[in-house]
Design a protein around this ligand. Structure first.
Ligand code: HAM
Length: 425
């Protein structure tokens, strides 16, 4: 075996470790989302991080995420599998496989893998919070799903978030629009180079959300999706807007918002943060995918959902001063001056009673243990000395004031709990 290189023992490029206290923010964010999704009637769905490639690479799927960025591998059984680049296709695959009774409302938190060029806010492994609803095409569900995401940002204290909405049309209007757009783009292809021509032919919609500076003039003047909507799609889109208005949710109509997957139909939306660089300002986005279940061999089943990038949300929180990393809280620190197992028992009792409690290890001196107690930021030190134990008491020291008193050994957890409650009152 060759010598391991030092770089082998670093997280792969485009990935990152999340450690305490930063990980405390992840706990807070995921808990806030889980609580909100639960209130809206969504249940947690956990799917594998890898799937058969076909779950993502269906016939006609032409997007960069699937074509160029997907991590594909052949397993030892010779199967071609893909690390999940996004969360929607696996949830729809699970729906088609298990056929839960519609409407089926699911939420998830999961890592996704995309072989992208890493930069701030763009990683090869990123995490998403998401929600999907299968089996209903009522525009009220579009409104609900948008409201679920919108209120989540607000609950974190993020104020600089803009909601953009558009309609991609349906299988009547979309091909009409694509052919009009392709002819329009062809007229300009000559002056804009090979990449433009290639993209216009392969997937003209994806030209629309390009940030390429030389293309912007042509993009600005391109025909718009909403001009081509069928009556059904137009009515659906109007009802979504009326629902958002009824809730007082502010949104902008964004006729060039097309999003990065081919499965979208009708409503699409994105949440952008004005606190982030324009290149990575999408905190989350989603839309309808009314044909996706059928493409996977399921019955015709409309669907809608969104994904929110946790790392991006945290960058936005940094920029806006929201969701600070929680300070580790230790209620009590046990100092063992008596030796033996009584410290172990007292510590266990404190923890089982609901207090956060810690200790030093490795037979350190009493002085070193008190130092560790100070460093831990604990509110109380609990001293077990031979003399105290003989009298069936422990010494409890208020580490803010330095005051120490004896408390009956059996009452120490209750005593500290009461003091902490009084502090909070
Ligand atoms: P997406 O727009 O590709 O949609 O990703 C959702 C969010 O994930 C983005 O808005 C962004 O915040 C974050 N994100 C995406 N790629 C990266 C990356 N490389 N590094 C960091 N963050 C990233 C979807 O994935 C769809 N499945 C959303 C959906 C759900 N549509 C319907 N249902």
């Amino acid at each position: 075996m060759s010598e391991p290189r030092l770089e082998s023992f670093r997280a792969p490029i485009g990935t990152h470790d999340v450690l305490a206290p930063e990980s405390g923010r992840w706990v807070a964010i995921v808990a806030a989302f889980a609580e909100r999704a639960g209130r809206f009637g969504y249940g947690l769905a956990i799917t594998p991080i890898f799937e058969h490639r076909e779950v993502f690479q269906r016939v006609g799927e032409e997007t960069d995420v699937v074509r160029k960025e997907m991590y594909e591998l052949t397993d030892k059984g010779g199967r071609t599998i893909a690390l999940r680049p996004e969360g929607t296709a696996p949830v729809v695959r699970a729906y088609v496989q298990h056929r839960p009774t519609p409407p089926w409302k699911a939420w998830y938190v999961a890592p996704n893998f995309r072989y992208e060029r890493p930069q701030k806010g763009r990683y090869r492994q990123h995490w998403q919070l998401g929600a999907e609803v299968l089996g209903v095409d009522d525009p009220d569900v579009d409104v609900e799903i948008i409201e679920l995401a919108h209120g989540f940002f607000a609950s974190l204290g993020l104020g600089q978030v803009r909601l953009l909405v558009n309609s991609m049309g349906d299988d009547v209007s979309r091909p009409r629009y694509e052919s009009a757009l392709r002819s329009y783009l062809r007229e300009h292809a000559g002056s804009l180079g090979a990449e433009f021509t290639e993209r216009s032919e392969a997937n003209p919609l994806r030209v629309l959300d390009s940030k390429h500076p030389d293309w912007q003039d042509v993009i600005e003047r391109a025909p718009q999706l909403t001009e081509y909507l069928s009556d059904d799609s137009r009515e659906h889109f109007e009802r979504v807007q009326q629902g958002l208005d009824a809730l007082g949710l502010r949104y902008e109509l964004a006729p060039r918002l097309v999003r990065g997957f081919d499965y979208y139909t009708r409503t699409v939306f994105e949440f952008q943060s004005d606190a982030l660089d324009a290149a990575q300002n999408a905190l989350g986005g989603g839309g309808r995918y009314d044909k996706l279940a059928e493409e996977m061999g399921g019955p015709p089943t409309p669907g809608i959902g969104f994904g929110i990038g946790i790392e991006r949300v945290l960058i936005a929180c940094d920029a806006e001063g929201a969701v600070p990393a929680p300070v580790a809280r230790v209620d009590a620190f046990v100092v063992n001056a008596a030796g033996g197992a009584s410290a172990t028992r007292v510590l266990a009792e404190l923890r089982e009673s609901g207090l956060s409690a810690d200790r030093a290890y490795g037979g350190r001196s009493v002085k070193a243990q008190w130092k560790a107690a100070d460093r831990s930021g604990a509110r109380y030190g609990v001293m077990l000395g031979a003399a105290e134990l003989e009298r069936n008491v422990v010494g409890v020291k208020d580490l803010q004031t330095g005051e120490q008193i004896d408390v009956p050994r059996d009452a120490v957890a209750a005593w500290i709990t009461t003091r902490l409650e009084e502090d909070r009152a």
